[in-house]
Design a binder for this molecule. Structure first.
Ligand code: DX5
Ligand code: ZN
Length: 219
């Protein structure tokens, strides 16, 4: 059984106290810190940029898993790398040359992820499997927290799992959107090993974070 990593999305944190929130989820047992970057163009919402990532960086030593939902994405890769991102995940639709974008992320010394929207097929990854460190299956349309898990994405998680196993490479399989205590076991059964959870981590406030994370992990 692969170990499951929980990546709380700070999209559901209290934005007026983001540093404290990052420390709280770190202490509550988060494996990674998932940072959702939105530009109001690639997705219909606006969140934060590299300055905020940089400001949060000293608040945790855990992996900063930076999910870029911005277009064009290439002009901002260096800034997020410099701000302290460990994993930089991009959508193939956010620029004309996904392979080049991944090469740039790796040249910056960071782990590279590719994220598939609900309508984007698993085969989009076929010619990227030699390069990527992470595949992200979106189980909601990106832009907002608190949406319902789209069941059809389970089949995609299974397909990506097969592709990863066939590659023989170490590639994380992350699922993002609508993860809660009911959908987490289904995503894990389909082959996921990193679960992003915003709403399900932050509900109940800081005193509930540790228990929320433990329940998502299924332990
Ligand atoms: C959606 C973001 C997700 C989101 C998940 O665009 O990529 O990371 O915060 O939120 P929940 O867990 O509430 O569905
Ligand atoms: Zn995300």
């Amino acid at each position: 059984v692969p170990s499951i990593r929980i990546a709380p999305s700070i999209l559901s944190a209290d934005f007026a106290r983001l540093g404290e929130e990052v420390r709280a989820i770190d202490e509550a047992g988060a494996d990674w810190i998932h940072v959702d970057v939105m530009d109001g163009h690639f997705v219909p919402n606006i969140t934060i940029g590299p300055m905020v990532v940089k400001a949060l960086r000293p608040h945790s030593t855990k992996t900063f898993d930076v999910h870029l939902m911005i277009s064009p994405v290439d002009p901002f890769l260096d800034a997020f790398a410099e701000a302290g991102a460990d994993v930089i995940t991009v959508h193939p639709e956010s620029g004309p040359h996904i392979h080049r974008t991944i090469q740039r992320i790796k040249a910056l010394g960071k782990k590279a992820g590719v994220s598939l929207n609900p309508g984007t097929p698993a085969k989009m990854l076929d010619y990227l499997m030699d390069e990527i460190d992470l595949a992200l299956v979106m189980s909601v349309n990106p832009g907002f927290g608190g949406q319902s898990f789209i069941d059809s994405q389970l089949r995609k998680i299974e397909a990506v799992r097969r592709a990863i196993d066939k590659s023989g490479r170490e590639i994380a399989l992350e699922v993002d959107g609508g993860i809660d205590v009911n959908t987490a076991p289904r995503a894990i059964a389909a082959g996921a090993d990193v679960l992003v959870a915003g709403t399900a981590t932050f509900r109940g406030g800081p005193t509930a974070y540790a228990e929320n994370i433990r329940r998502l992990r299924g332990s």
